[in-house]
Design a protein around this ligand. Structure first.
Ligand code: DGL
Length: 260
């Protein structure tokens, strides 16, 4: 599993809880983070490099792209190139979003790169769901979360401005299409209203991973015992360890460095 940094740990948490027997290697590319403002072609290159690394060095049997921006930029190419099943966070999130709406008006908020890629618009169209989709980019949200500032007046003011399009569209279900946004759920909910269902893709991705491993005969049997968990970072490992443990919990042991 990989992400540009820490945010994918929300997906890792869901996988550890649902699939405790699976071995997990999580790579946070914090040395090149954030991906959101980068060109999609550049993010695609990073995703290909990380995927090869996880396959060749760690013998991954399946890849989870636990980053919306990387899923938007590279899922198609990874599915063509790599020899193992690849799961992203976009399709599971969209499935959950579509089943959550009652009035047929749904929203997705994500990084600039993800929204500009059109990946959510394509995923909704591919599903053939009869919904009106409003997408809004939220530049600045990730930085607030990284600073641990999730309910300040400043983030609230920013949220009021950035969430205005989804509020005006009258959505009743809003997908948090960026790994970091679940940490802003309280502020987002204050701004869009408590009656709007906030959907996070982490749990849905874990359920799809479970189904994928089962149907492809790749699941590790529970009788084999608890899985091992390794955490790797291409940036400052001490920072990853302290912030990562706050996000994931005690399973986040010593973080191993990766040098590109
Ligand atoms: N992981 C990214 C995502 O889900 C957010 C952080 C970044 O911009 O790298 O889009």
């Amino acid at each position: 599993m990989f992400d540009s940094g820490f945010g994918g740990l929300t997906v890792a948490r869901a996988v550890l809880d649902l699939l405790p027997a699976e071995h997990l290697v999580y790579l946070g590319d914090t040395g090149r983070y954030p991906y959101g403002p980068r060109a999609l072609g550049e993010v695609r290159g990073f995703a290909r490099q990380i995927s090869r690394y996880l396959l060749d060095r760690h013998g991954a049997k399946c890849l989870v792209v636990a980053c919306n921006t990387a899923s938007a930029a590279a899922l198609d190419v990874l599915r063509e190139e790599v020899e193992v099943p690849v799961l992203g966070v976009i399709e599971p999130g969209v499935r959950a979003l579509v089943s959550a709406t009652r009035n047929g008006r749904v929203g997705v908020i994500a990084t600039v790169g993800t929204v500009a890629s059109g990946a959510y618009q394509r995923a909704v169209a591919a599903m053939g769901a009869d919904v009106d989709l409003t997408c809004a980019a939220c530049p600045g949200f990730v930085e607030f979360v990284e600073r641990g500032e999730t309910t300040s007046d400043q983030v609230h003011v920013l949220a009021e401005r950035l969430l205005d399009p989804v509020r005006r569209a009258g959505v009743d279900a809003l997908l948090l299409g960026c790994t970091h946004y679940p940490f802003l759920a309280r502020t987002i909910s204050d701004v869009v209203g408590r009656d709007v269902v906030l959907v996070s893709s982490a749990d849905e991705t874990a359920f799809e991973l479970q189904a994928l491993l089962r149907t492809s005969g790749l699941a590790r049997p529970p009788a084999a015992g608890a899985g091992c968990h390794r955490f790797l970072s291409s940036g400052d490992v001490a920072w990853f360890e302290s912030l990562g443990r706050r996000m994931l919990g005690p399973e986040l042991g010593p973080v191993e460095p990766v040098v590109w």
